[in-house]
Design a protein around this ligand. Structure first.
Ligand code: ADP
Ligand code: ZN
Ligand code: ZN
Length: 824
């Protein structure tokens, strides 16, 4: 028997291995297997299929091990991987790599050690340099080390070259070792050292603790908690922490009981998401308003004709409540539910809301969890097909659902559903719809500002359309005031970046004991740094962008590759003291707001303040409890958050949103502004939104002012029709990257020429993208626009043919090509 396997590598084909006799029973489609690939490397691969055709022309290697007794990847998942690879033009192995947590795919790593025969000897003909001696010394001390460890320890940049010379001289050896990265969570339990039947020993134990009341109390508490005294019941080990908490005892008392030989501790691995979570399940739903329950009925009726429904509900209409009722129904039928949201900050707030309703049936999954935590969620889903709801971001479409009955994609218009780098460059909303159809499940897309493509499908009969046009409980959509900053500046009504009208609104808000959100689409302190004396401005070494000043750390930082350097005191070009910072990022705005309203409590939420999952939670909880008055943030604060006391929203500079050179510019700006506006006035008190701009007449601002989705949509759709953009075409962007600028240009021109030969005027470019050098690579892009309805399969086959023909060209060969299908 032979197995075709997928390796976690960017390779387009599967690979064949023979199945040894003794593994034949254990191996199935979707099993994890350990295989050798290349000279010495070992990988965890996934079995794609089993067959009996011996491949010709090479020696087939055997599988080395089957890692589980039952498959880790279920059939619909494998199907989804292939759909993604096919649709988004990447390798199945790249999808596998992204889909499965690292802890489930152990692979070998290279370890270095000294040749045991090596003797540091005067007569040794090999002359050792100082650096080589240091490497040898490390290996003598540590015995075995990974190359990366050696690099960190020695801080030698060329450590690989040093190791190579030592290997050639026979001094250093390497071997490959498979490393297991999953760390099960261990919990300490307490139990008695003797069996339940031994009442003599129990008597003796009570004698032993007679003189210590605390020890006695603890022993009694243990007997109670473990079920010892009810001989027919099950005897449970008792968690040490629970015993401490419930008996009011101290660790010292437990130690004494252990020393007396009465109790002992046991460590057990637990799945973080089964044992740790014993919140009772108490499905307890808020009753829906009349409009909401009409919407719910329309959705469930609609599902009979149309498995995908769009819920277009204005901000604050209670879409989440409608979702909650739908989820409850699905769970009651025994189904599993995937609830996708675009941003981790949203999982934080929603998980509190949903936990109250679904208790332990709720699982949360996102990238700020540790890899081991993610493995535990996989294992929980693999362990059966119990009804569960998974709340997660993008990558949760890859989880091993057994009985998916419902998919909800909230804020479906969000561009963050699209993964940009690395491959697979997939849109999780669209992948989730495909996954749902593979499971025969229903899907609900929800948004206050549906994407043009989705709304087009919903109005042309491809999806069902359900509308909620009013906010819950009589709340009204906020007033939007557009401030002409040119005018304001002329009248000297601007201080820093805050205009007088905005200042007055914030002041009123604080006086009313309400909260405000200030949105600025840029992090850091100041995006522009220039020398006033000579015009010098710091650029990233790796990218074609200017560095942004981060005041907290005193650093200049590249937002594309992470490169940092200190802000120089004196200008490195002219040597004078002329370096100044200009412009506004969230850091500076928070500082200015704090200075303008010294008695208010200001919090900032952006990438810099939310490096870990606790940070998100702390900021959101603090603001929810109204322990902070003003929240300053990037687009993170625009998405779906629900804070009852927020009455004012300020957009400090709308212009960076309005003037973006691509076909989605208006859509992106409208969505962002309408969404951030939607955070204001979500309860009784009417909210107000202040938008500062130098383009007060921009059409998008007018649509936001009147909350007029319909007019915006029709205008935008007409533009798309006129200029042939989605939904009237499908767009594929092709990026060419090369470390050599001229090589990049030549490759792009050759590729575009071949493409024009096949696709004619559907090809645009090549052109330099907005940022034309990223992380040391020069970039060129080509856009391909294909009429809607044409066979995309054929288009993609042609694209593959074109690149295959060009693959021997040296400029193409040295370039990296990647595809961005349906760019957002
Ligand atoms: P959306 O997701 O449409 O922006 P939410 O679901 O967040 O709106 O609802 C806005 C606010 O109104 C929330 O605080 C929510 O708890 C409240 N709300 C909405 N519907 C109901 C309901 N049926 N019962 C109680 N509260 C509701
Ligand atoms: Zn200078
Ligand atoms: Zn950079």
């Amino acid at each position: 028997m032979f197995a075709e396997v997928i390796l976690p590598l960017p390779l387009y084909s599967t690979f064949t291995y023979s199945v040894p006799e003794d593994m034949a029973d254990g191996v199935q489609v979707g099993s994890r297997v350990l295989v050798q690939f290349g000279k010495k490397k070992f990988y965890t691969a996934i079995v794609e299929c089993l067959h009996s055709q011996k491949p010709e022309g090479y020696d087939v290697k055997p599988l080395m091990a089957v890692l589980d007794s039952s498959p880790v990847v279920r059939y619909p998942q494998l199907k989804l991987w292939h759909w993604i690879a096919d649709y988004y033009l990447c390798a199945p192995g790249e999808v596998y790599k992204a889909a499965v947590p690292t802890g489930l795919k152990p692979e070998s790593e290279t370890y270095l050690s000294l040749n045991p025969d090596y003797e540091p000897d005067e007569r040794n003909p090999f002359k050792i340099t100082e650096r080589q001696a240091i490497v040898i010394q490390f290996l003598q001390e540590k015995k075995r080390m990974r190359l990366s460890e050696l690099e960190t320890e020695t801080k030698f940049r060329n450590v690989a070259a040093i190791v190579n010379t030592l290997m050639d001289a026979g001094i250093v050896e390497i071997d490959e070792k498979v490393v297991e990265r999953y760390r099960p969570k261990k919990t300490t339990y307490m139990r008695l050292t003797f069996p339940r039947g031994d009442s003599d020993r129990l008597h003796e134990a009570f004698e032993q603790v007679k003189r210590s009341r605390m020890q006695e109390t603890t022993l009694i508490a243990y007997l109670d908690m473990s079920g010892w005294m009810s001989p027919n019941g099950e005897l449970r080990d008792v968690e040490r922490d629970k015993l401490l908490a419930l008996s009011g005892t101290s660790p010292a008392v437990l130690r004494a009981l252990v020393e007396k030989g009465i109790m002992e501790t046991v460590k057990k691995s637990i799945n973080r998401f089964t044992a740790a979570d014993d919140t009772e399940e108490k499905i307890n739903l808020s009753p829906l308003s009349a409009a909401q329950s009409a919407a719910l009925n329309q959705i469930t009726d609609g599902f009979r004709q149309q498995p995908v429904q769009l819920l277009h509900g204005v901000t604050g209409s209670g879409k989440t409540e409608v979702y909650t009722h739908l989820i409850a129904r699905a769970l009651a039928q025994g189904d599993q539910v995937l609830f996708l949201v675009p941003e981790i900050s949203l999982t934080t707030q929603l998980s509190d809301r949903l936990r109250k309703v679904f208790g332990r049936r709720l699982l949360v999954y996102h990238s700020k969890f540790s890899d081991s935590e993610r493995v535990d969620i996989w294992r929980r889903l693999l362990s059966g097909n119990e009804p569960l709801v998974v709340l997660g971001v993008r990558s949760s479409v890859f989880l091993p659902f057994a009985r998916l009955g419902l998919v909800i994609v909230d804020e479906e218009h969000e561009s963050s559903f699209k993964q940009y780098d690395p491959a697979p460059r997939y849109n999780a909303r669209d992948a989730a719809l495909v996954l749902a159809s593979m499971h025969g499940a229903k899907s609900l897309l929800g948004s206050a500002t549906p994407s043009i493509e989705t709304y087009y499908k919903a109005t042309s009969g491809k999806y069902g359309l359900v509308t909620l046009s009013e906010r819950f409980d009589g709340a009204t959509l906020p007033d939007v005031e557009i401030i002409d900053m040119k005018e304001m500046r002329k009248k000297k009504e601007v201080k820093g970046i805050i205009s007088s009208p905005l200042r007055r609104r914030i002041l009123d808000t604080l006086t009313d004991k309400k909260q405000a959100i200030m949105f600025q689409n840029r992090r850091g302190f100041a995006p522009v740094v220039v020398c006033e004396q000579c015009g010098w401005s710091p650029k990233c070494h790796n990218c074609d962008v200017s560095l942004v000043y981060h005041k907290n750390q005193g650093l200049l930082r590249c937002h594309y590759c992470g490169f940092t350097q200190m802000l120089p005191k004196l200008c490195p070009a002219c040597g004078l003291n002329g370096v100044r910072t200009f412009g506004y990022g969230t850091e500076r705005i928070a500082e200015e707001i704090q200075a303008a309203f010294p008695d208010s409590r200001v919090t900032r939420m952006d990438l810099d303040t939310t490096r870990n999952k606790e940070a998100y939670q702390e900021i959101i909880e603090e603001f929810s409890r109204h322990d902070s008055d003003i929240l300053v943030g990037t687009q993170m604060v625009t998405k779906g958050l629900d804070f009852g006391d927020v009455t004012t929203v300020g957009v400090l500079n709308a212009d960076t949103l309005l003037n973006f050179p691509d076909f989605r510019s208006n859509e992106r700006a409208y969505n962002m502004l309408e969404q951030v506006a939607g955070r204001a006035g979500r309860r009784k008190q009417r909210g107000s939104v202040v938008i500062q701009t130098v383009n007060p007449d921009h059409e998008v601002l007018q649509y936001v002012k009147s909350h007029d989705y319909a007019t915006y949509y029709h205008r935008e759709l007409e533009d798309r029709r006129k200029y042939l953009y989605p939904p009237f075409t499908k767009v594929i962007n092709i990026y060419i990257k090369n470390k050599d600028a001229a090589g990049c240009d030549r490759a792009a021109i050759k590729l575009a020429k071949s493409m024009i030969g096949v696709f004619g005027s559907r090809v645009l470019g090549p052109e330099k993208p907005f940022v034309s050098r990223v992380a040391t690579y020069y970039v060129q892009s080509i856009m391909l626009k294909i009429e809607a309805g044409a066979s995309m399969k054929k288009v993609k086959d042609l694209l593959r043919q074109i690149t295959a023909v060009l693959s021997s060209d040296p400029d193409i060969r040295t370039s990296q090509l990647h595809y961005d299908v349906d760019p957002v």
